[in-house]
Design a protein around this ligand. Structure first.
Ligand SMILES: CC(C)(COP(=O)(O)OP(=O)(O)OC[C@H]1O[C@@H](n2cnc3c(N)ncnc32)[C@H](O)[C@@H]1OP(=O)(O)O)[C@@H](O)C(=O)NCCC(=O)NCCS
Length: 184
């Protein structure tokens, strides 16, 4: 299902384009993700673990274009890739009405409302998708900006996995959150 591109204005006054990712975006997305992983303690993947080749990145983008219950959006400022959100629809028949949300952005663009705008765009798309009924995500219990954003978007805390994350001997719980697209 197509996504109509949107231009949104952030708190810093800048206008950002939100659109569906295409295959030719693969190099720019790779570069952006590598760059923001370094500054994202709440994404459980280190830059050294992120070893996608260009071909794998293209295949990843294509998987969103092929799956009717999946969506990959990117945010661009003056042709620079600055953030992304993905809804990965479940492939199993009995769970295909669910999609898992992931998102990230360059550090200098955080706390400007970009995450909220990307999430709102994804939720609006998901609400008009004929297959999807629920969105789910997992978030570090310490990720207060993320939790704040998700609660603002009416995600509810539905569970907790204690001590899922461990870094340098320090544990952090994982909070599972869910949004029903049909309850409003
Ligand atoms: C988490 C993330 C997606 C949020 O996006 P963002 O653009 O920074 O978020 P927004 O500016 O739209 O909204 C954040 C909200 O949290 C609030 N917030 C920020 N830091 C906070 C903190 N420490 N405690 C409580 N609230 C906080 C902001 O004030 C804002 O609230 P508001 O909309 O009521 O003003 C973004 O910071 C990011 O990509 N982080 C790195 C990767 C990551 O953590 N991904 C998510 C994995 S689940």
């Amino acid at each position: 299902m197509n996504f109509d591109p949107q231009t949104i204005q952030l708190k810093n006054g800048k206008f950002v384009l939100v659109r569906e990712a295409r295959l030719h975006d693969a190099p720019a997305i790779l570069q952006m993700v590598k760059s923001y992983l370094d500054n994202s303690p709440y994404i459980p993947k280190s830059t050294s673990e992120f070893r996608m080749s260009l071909e794998q990145e293209e295949a990843w983008i294509q998987s969103f274009l092929d799956a009717p219950n999946s969506l990959l959006l990117v945010a661009e400022f003056e042709n620079q890739m600055i953030g992304n959100i993905d809804l990965t629809g479940n492939k199993r028949q009995v769970m295909q009405h669910n999609a898992l949300v992931g998102m990230g952005m360059l550090i200098e663009w955080r706390n400007q409302g970009l995450g909220s705008a990307l999430m709102q765009a994804a939720i609006d798309w998901a609400k008009s998708n004929p297959i999807l009924e629920n969105l789910q995500l997992e978030v570090y219990a310490e990720n207060l900006a993320g939790i704040n954003l998700y609660q603002k978007m009416r995600f509810q805390k539905v569970g907790i996995i204690p001590k899922l994350f461990k870094e340098n001997g320090k544990y952090c719980d994982s909070i599972m959150m869910s949004l029903s697209l049909k309850s409003e």
